[in-house]
Design a protein around this ligand. Structure first.
Ligand code: PXL
Length: 279
């Protein structure tokens, strides 16, 4: 009998929602992990009913089941890095915060935690209960290694309406005051800017990460993919600035390779990192 040759890869956990269209959420996260050579694990928080046109319904998973998924993989496999996406409700956020503490994920422990504060889909469909915003601020931001809001999420979280670079800096300061180690204010939604400039801030130093802007509506899952790429690099032992720079290069290629699908918005493609050999 032949011996197997597998070496255990780094591991990462996504705590997020499903997208029946396969573009965003857990599907995007797992493809990102896989193309980064990382074994992906998942704690499902919500099941959405959606396609490329929009989200028509979602069902939150019981908070204790979310917490149990995190505990199950942390206690057996081990988590190299974790990220959160669609968390749906205040009760789920509370369960995630406590499960992460018990698993030593986030500020209280050794495992880096990326918080992508998903509030709505790119169609504007709500993915988070209004009452849950405060739980993001008070329970998850203080535990985060890095938070990755887009400009719509910045407006909801710290009431800063970012329309120029100065306001992007102001938003980074306001978000950092909520307790995360690093803040990444993504500039993609600032349509007046020729480039997409993301801003990384650790409380003392600002780093601007410029990237090209592509003329496409096919950016579904882009935020999820960027946060998952950061988590992948952290799982591989990179520092936060290195992980974010890697993720910026990753998302630029993913948007460049985005593709049309259905009648609405197509997804960014993680498959740029896979060789183009036919099956
Ligand atoms: O891209 C944000 C996002 C995250 N998670 C799920 C989603 C979406 C956007 O539609 O459906 C499950």
């Amino acid at each position: 009998m032949d011996k197997t040759i597998g070496l255990t890869p780094p591991t990462a956990l996504t705590i997020a929602g499903t997208d029946s269209g396969g573009g965003a959420g857990i599907a995007a996260d797992l493809r990102t992990f896989a193309t980064c050579g990382v074994h992906g694990m998942l704690a499902v928080c919500a099941v959405t009913v959606q396609n490329t046109v929009g989200v028509t319904d979602f069902h939150p998973i019981p908070p204790e089941t979310v917490a149990a998924q995190i505990a199950a993989v942390a206690g057996d496999i081990g988590v190299g890095a974790a990220k959160t996406g669609m968390l749906a409700s205040r009760e789920i956020i509370e369960a995630v915060a406590h499960a992460c503490d018990r698993a030593e994920i986030g500020a209280a422990g050794k495992t880096p935690l990326v918080i992508d504060p998903v509030a709505a889909s790119m169609h504007g469909d709500q993915l988070l209960a209004d009452a849950a915003l405060d739980a993001f601020r008070t329970l998850l931001f203080p535990r985060a290694t890095v938070v990755t809001p887009n400009l719509d999420e910045v407006r909801l979280l710290v009431q800063v309406n970012v329309q120029d670079r100065a306001a992007q800096y102001e938003a980074a300061r306001a978000l950092h005051a909520l307790g995360p180690k690093y803040v990444l204010v993504k500039g993609g939604h600032m349509k007046t800017d020729e480039d997409c400039v993301d801003l990384l801030y650790d409380g003392s130093t600002f780093v601007e990460l410029p990237g090209p802007r592509f003329d496409t509506g096919n950016t579904h899952g882009g935020g999820d993919t960027m946060a998952a790429a950061i988590a992948s690099a952290l799982a591989c032992g990179r520092s936060v600035p290195d992980a974010v720079a890697f993720a910026k290069r990753y998302i630029v290629r993913a948007v460049q390779h985005s593709y049309p699908l259905g009648a609405g918005h197509g997804p960014v493609s993680q498959l740029w990192r896979v060789s183009d050999q036919p099956v």
